[in-house]
Structures are given as C-alpha cells and as structure tokens.
Ligand binder design. Structure first.
Ligand code: GLU
Length: 418
C-alpha cells in the first residue's frame, strides 16, 4: 500500500538520495532541508454581495544563497503551506540547474479563482500583495505567474507594491504585461521550454520532433503553449486534457483551432469535431504515445497508473507530477523521465531575461529571447547528461546532483552566519 503523498517529503527524499549518489559533501546539506522563511497571511475580502470572506495565503522563501528569492504565485483551492514549501524548494533547485542568479520561493492563496468575480480577484491579489510587501522586492524576492495566475495578476501586484513604495517598482515581479516592462516570449516560455526539453531528449536517441506522438495532461498556460508549439514543429499532438476531461485523435489534433476554442474559456468536454474521441484524464495518462507531458498538478503519475503508462518518455511540465514510488516503477520499465526542475525551467529562465532587460532598460525581440532560452537550456541539458554518465543515474538524479553541488558549494563559500 503506497503511503500518503507528501510533496515536501518527496523533494527531501530525492535530495537525500542525490547527496549520496553524487558523493556530495553533506556538511551544509541540513540547511537546504528547511526553508529560510515561511509566511502565512490571512486575507479578508469584501465579496460583491457585501459579505466578508477570509482567505489564507502563503509565501515560502526557501533559499537566497544564489540570488534573490524567485518563484511564482498560485491560486488554487487545494494549496497548502506544505505544498508551497515543496514548490519553493523545487524553485531553488530549478534556478541552480538553469545556472541563473536566483534562489527559490513560492506563494499561493487557497482559493478557487473561478468562484470569484474579476473585482474580487483583484481585491484578493492586492490584499495579498499588501500582506507580503515587507518581504518581497526586486532585490529580495520576485514573484511571477504560476497555476491560475497570469500577466494581469502580476500587473495588480506591481501596482499595489508601487503604490505602497510611492514609486514605480516594475522589477518587483516578472511575467508582467509587455506594456508594463514584461519580456516578449515570457508568457509562452514554460511551454516552449517543454518542447525544447523534448527535442533535446529525442536527439540523444537520434529522433526528431516531427511525427512524434505527444499526449498532454493539462491545458493551462504551460500545457496549451506546449501543445501549440509542438503542433507547429510537426509533432503529432494526439491527446490533450483539461479539468473537464480529454480528447484524442490518432492522426493528431489541430492545436491552432483548439487554442482559439480554449481562449474563449471553453471546456474540452464540449469540444466536438469529426475524428476525435472523448477520453478521461486517466485514459490520457495511459494512452499509446511516444511522449507523455503531465502539465497539470503534482502527484498525477502514481503507483496506481505507472505500470499502465504506454509512453517511452515523460517530460515533466508540471512541478512534481510523478510520485517517488511511481518514479522507481518508470525507471524499472525503461521509461525515461525528463525531470520538472529542468523540463519546466523555461518560465523562470525568461523571467531572468525579463529582469536583465528591466535593469538595462532595454527590450529584446521575441526571437532573441527564444534563441537565448534554447541556448541556455541546451547548455544545462549537456551538463545533466554528463553528470548522468558520471554518476550512472537517472536524469532526475543528475539534475538534483547538479543543483545540490552548486547550492552546497555556494553555502560553503559564504559559510554560516553568525
Ligand atoms: N511559476 C514558474 C515556475 O514554477 C515560474 C517562476 C518564475 O518565473 O519566477 O517555474
């Protein structure tokens, strides 16, 4: 019987293994097993009907040894402090794998945003920003979009923070609208990074994206952009799903047409066109494909379905989609997993590019951004594959080893205060 999934246990367990497999000096490791700061805030909001509702919000700052804390803010009804702790830790590891000058953090509000009006959502975002304002800032902790948040959410945070400080503070967030200093290419960057990861992995097997059969779970920002870009690179997106269920077409789905449909906030369960079959989320995970892309939430590939997966590769677009026990099953079955802390690093990498443009007061073209993203991810993938060879381990283990070597080396350089 599998034990209850705990995302924080999961990340700590994998880090502990990586310290052993990578033969890493563990003197400073204890520090990384705990976040530097956990903040919990209570947010009273006046609803449109005049009643007062209380929401709970969090910001966990895991590590800033490599630079300012960095990480998204998610709005979801299942958000917990423990989950945000795990997500913050993954951000420290992700930034270290990408070799960008940031630490790791994550925030969240426990709310189902689909139950709020736009005004209520704006009030909640502004109240949350007010509550965490003392601990965020362009040089201290820089939030960004995550599940159910977007450039509009970042614009509200930017404005609230700037009002509090009495000056424009556009550097306080990344993933903001281009008109407010955001970077071109940031909105689709995580999805683009997922496609780049897939291309890099396939190249190690002398394979190409063209004609590769892809199944994607989740049609949020990451899943939908990845699906569209895969489609444009001639990969065959054969199955996709959202919260309402999935659709399947053996000859490949027309992601341009479906993107327009989804942009109108419609659900896949109502989508109909000749040649498609409606499937469940579980059927999507176990469908016959080359590449499975979990792009929804944590803990989707579990001991209950890992033996039934029919793909050759898993590209983790979501954070923590595979439980540690399922990971072992996939490994035994010869299914290669490209780990989240590399596969979905495109978002935070372009956040870094956004910050660099802000500091230099320059704007780069979309092509410049996309090319630099590909270059940086290619470099970090080469590093992962060389550590994989050196330590005879999985790509996940290699990614954790790369990250922990950097984090622990930096901890040792700085030493312990006081
Ligand atoms: N939320 C994204 C992630 O999980 C992006 C974070 C950022 O850009 O700071 O990586």
């Amino acid at each position: 019987m599998a034990k209850q999934y705990d995302p924080y246990d999961n990340v700590i367990h994998v880090m502990e293994q990586a310290v052993k497999v990578g033969n890493i000096d563990d003197h400073m490791f204890e520090i990384l097993k705990h976040p530097q700061r956990e903040t919990k805030v209570y947010l009273p909001i006046e609803k449109d009907d005049g009643t007062i509702h209380m929401y709970e919000g969090y910001r966990v700052q895991h590590s800033n040894i490599c630079g300012p804390f960095k990480g998204g803010i998610r709005f979801h009804q299942d958000v917990t402090l423990n989950e945000v702790k795990a997500l913050a830790t993954w951000m420290s590891l992700k930034c270290a794998v990408a070799n960008i000058p940031y630490g790791g953090a994550k925030g969240g509000i426990r709310v189902d945003p689909s139950t709020l009006s736009n005004r209520e959502l704006c009030s909640l975002t502004r109240r949350y920003t007010f509550a965490i304002a003392p601990i965020i800032g362009a040089d201290t902790d820089i939030p960004a979009p995550d599940v159910n948040t977007n450039p509009q959410t970042m614009a509200w945070i930017l404005d609230t923070y700037s009002q509090l400080k009495g000056k424009p503070c556009s550097g306080v967030v990344t993933g903001k609208p281009v008109e407010l200093g955001g970077s071109r290419g940031r909105n689709s960057a995580t999805g683009r990074g997922v496609v780049i990861s897939t291309k890099l992995l396939l190249a190690t097997r002398d394979k190409k994206l063209s004609g590769t059969k892809i199944a994607i779970q989740g049609m949020g920002n990451v899943g939908s952009n990845a699906a569209r870009i895969f489609h444009h690179r001639d990969a065959k997106v054969i199955a996709i799903s959202d919260v309402s269920g999935g659709i399947y077409c053996e000859n490949g789905l027309d992601m341009d047409e479906i993107s327009i449909y989804l942009d109108e906030k419609k659900l896949l369960k109502d989508y109909n066109t000749p040649g498609i079959t409606h499937i469940t989320n579980e059927e999507l995970l176990t469908c016959d494909c080359d590449v499975l892309v979990p792009a929804a939430l944590e803990n989707q590939i579990t001991v209950d379905n890992a033996t039934n997966l029919k793909c050759s590769y898993v590209i983790e677009a979501a954070n923590g989609p595979t439980s540690q026990d399922a990971d072992k099953i996939l490994d035994k079955r010869g299914i290669t997993v490209v780990p989240d802390i590399f596969a979905n690093s495109g978002g935070v990498i372009v956040s870094y590019f956004e910050r660099v443009q802000n500091i230099q007061e320059l704007t780069w073209t979309r092509n410049q951004v996309n090319e630099m993203l590909e270059k940086l991810m290619t470099q970090s993938f080469e590093k992962l594959t060389s550590v994989k060879e050196e330590c005879k381990c999985s790509l996940r283990m290699a990614a954790y080893i790369v990250a922990l070597r950097k984090l622990i080396f930096t901890e040792n350089l700085k030493g312990l205060f006081p």
